[in-house]
Design a protein around this ligand. Structure first.
Ligand code: ATP
Ligand code: MG
Length: 560
């Protein structure tokens, strides 16, 4: 356990210290990637408890993923010792569950209600068909609560019970929310109920990393924090501890045209003149791109661990890299397959994770729904394609919850995503729907596994790796586009933020690659590099690949 008290804030820089020791009241911390948000948040909680006589059980810290919650808990343990257990740390969903458990009867639920699992959901869906209201009633009859209801039911309960609101406000006097830029309407409502307008709500985030608007997140809540909460204090953290100076410079230039932060600044804390430039590889094909990734990983892990024998250090860090230091990031899941194959052929261990549940993707629900309509026949895979065509022809498709509309390109993406699953399920619609509900691919990432990590840009948020490959930096993938359709300005801005998130995951080495030809939507096409690369100073890149003559081996090694 670290010393609590006067030395507590010594491990923070000046602005982090200002944020961590700010007095009570609404507090907004606008902080770019790698500026130490988690470190600041945990130290603030420890500081409040140690210095301002705040009781740990008055603190509620909310994150967006279980993984982030575990990390926060772990760091709090280190700072506060056993009393850290009294801090309530969790995701929005676990918070909702706590409130429902404590008030089951008032919410009209039996004390022993259960969260519906995939089989429960599939069964209720199969019985209720398209009738969402009926679906909810079936779940209720079986003492089940759906995931979405973990938020909507507490909001409904608290909205109608001022006494209960007062009780919770009394209990959690200090509330902390990480990644506030990705809050959606229901989460926001819950926060407003739990925190008075002049309450001790500390929101941390980065509007330039808002990448979940397709799922209902609204960066507007972040941008109008000081209107929503009285006399809000604003602290900016600009010092980036994660990335080398060239990586950071490239990232800052990349976000500039869409930045939502006035006067966006990110100052590198790491100033090593020897830091390698950003590698930019122009691949002839997707296979060539995958080979490049494998070749480079081979050289990095083999070559550098060899050099570390004479205790070589780069940039103040040990040069011995292992597979777990490396991540390959991509825009669409379909891009993973060629890299997975190439890594497998080279016997390089790999783990793949997608943070997004399939059913959360725009378009997916609409297709599941359409599938049940009469008139579609053939195998499941054929029906998925057919459903996609039907939906894409309509200009806008209402989503299941009626909260918005799905764009034709979302539907086509969803068809691409669902087809492999549909193939695996043969003709079993029930199996297909239940797999869809679990999202087969949630949170399976082990940060300690000795393997290269493959993940989508969305899933990479909040993580950091010494070496990052961002593959498929092509027009059409970044920004994502379907043939014959143009993304609007807002969509391009969100894609650019996603690109920014990807670049800023890298600590020491970043490689950006693009292929000259790629098969998408069933046809091979010529590809241009992503326009997002155009705004980056060419001097920050070390270019290699097909546009340049093949380099002799020793030159290639030196580049890496
Ligand atoms: P993101 O927006 O990507 O989630 P973040 O702001 O949450 O980024 P962290 O992951 O908390 O950033 O920190 C980035 C890295 O910088 C971590 O490795 C952390 O240990 C380090 N770091 C943060 N603050 C300091 C500091 N004051 N001194 C040294 N290292 C620091
Ligand atoms: Mg973070």
């Amino acid at each position: 356990m670290e010393e609590v008290g006067t030395g507590l804030l010594d491990r923070l820089d000046a602005m982090q210290r200002v944020a961590a020791s700010a007095p009570g009241g609404p507090l907004l911390i606008v902080a770019g990637p790698g500026t130490g948000k988690t470190r600041t948040l945990t130290h603030r909680i420890a500081y409040l408890c140690a210095e301002l006589n705040v009781f740990p059980d008055q603190c509620l810290a909310i994150t967006f993923t279980r993984r982030a919650a575990e990390e926060l808990r772990h760091r709090l343990d280190g700072l506060l010792g056993p009393v850290a257990e009294d801090v309530t740390v969790g995701t929005f969903h676990s918070l909702g569950l706590t409130i429902l458990r404590e008030n089951a009867e008032a919410a009209g639920l039996p004390a022993d209600f259960r969260i519906a699992d995939d089989a429960d959901r599939a069964a209720a869906r199969a019985e209720a068909g398209d009738d969402d209201d009926r679906y909810a009633a079936l779940l209720r009859k079986r003492d089940l609560v759906d995931l979405d209801e973990l938020l909507t039911l507490p909001v409904a309960l608290l909205s109608g019970d001022r006494k209960l609101v007062r009780e919770y406000r009394e209990r959690w006097k200090w509330i902390f929310v990480d990644e506030y830029q990705d809050v959606d309407a229901v989460q926001y409502e819950l926060l407003r109920l739990l925190s008075p307008a002049d309450g001790n709500l500390c929101a941390i985030g980065d509007p330039d990393q808002a990448i979940y608007s397709f799922r209902g997140a609204d960066v507007g809540y972040f941008l109008r924090f000081s209107q929503d909460f009285t006399d809000a204090r604003l602290v900016r953290l600009n010092r980036n501890y994660r990335s080398s100076a060239p990586i950071l410079a490239a990232a800052v230039q990349a976000i500039a045209p869409s930045s939502l932060v006035r006067g966006r600044r990110l100052d590198p804390a790491r100033l090593d003149p020897e830091a390698p430039l950003v590698g930019r590889y122009a691949a002839a094909s997707v296979a060539d791109e995958a080979d490049f990734v494998v070749r480079t990983i081979d050289e990095l892990v083999g070559g550098l661990s060899h050099r570390s024998l004479d205790s070589g250090r780069i940039d103040g860090r040990s040069t011995s890299l292992s597979f777990s230091d490396i991540a390959v990031l991509y825009r669409t899941d379909a891009q993973a397959a060629p890299v997975l194959d190439a890594l497998a052929r080279a016997n390089i261990p790999v783990q793949k994770r997608s943070h997004d549940r399939l059913r959360d993707r725009p378009g997916v629900l609409a297709i599941a729904r359409e599938l049940r309509h009469a008139g579609l026949d053939g195998s499941l895979a054929a029906r998925v394609r057919l459903a996609g065509q039907v939906l894409a022809e309509r200009f806008a498709v209402p989503t299941l919850d009626g909260s918005g509309s799905v764009r034709p390109e979302d539907v086509r993406t969803a068809v691409d995503l669902l087809t492999p699953l549909a193939r695996r399920c043969g003709d079993d619609l029930g199996l297909f729907l239940s797999q869809l509900a679990t999202g087969a691919e949630v949170d399976a990432l082990d940060p300690r596994a000795e393997a290269v990590t493959l993940l989508t840009l969305h899933a990479a948020k909040g993580l950091e790796f010494p070496v990052v490959f961002l593959i498929g930096a092509e027009d059409g993938l970044l920004p994502l586009r379907w043939p014959g359709s143009e993304p609007d300005d807002d969509a391009v801005a969100e894609e650019r933020r996603l690109f920014f998130v990807g670049l800023t995951r890298a600590q020491d080495r970043l490689y950006v690659s693009h292929a000259a030809r790629r098969t998408r939507h069933g046809a091979e096409r010529e590809c241009r590099p992503s326009p997002f690369l155009d705004v980056i100073d060419p001097g920050l890149f070390e270019r290699f690949g097909e546009t340049e003559p093949r380099r002799p081996k020793d030159r290639q090694l030196r580049l890496i």
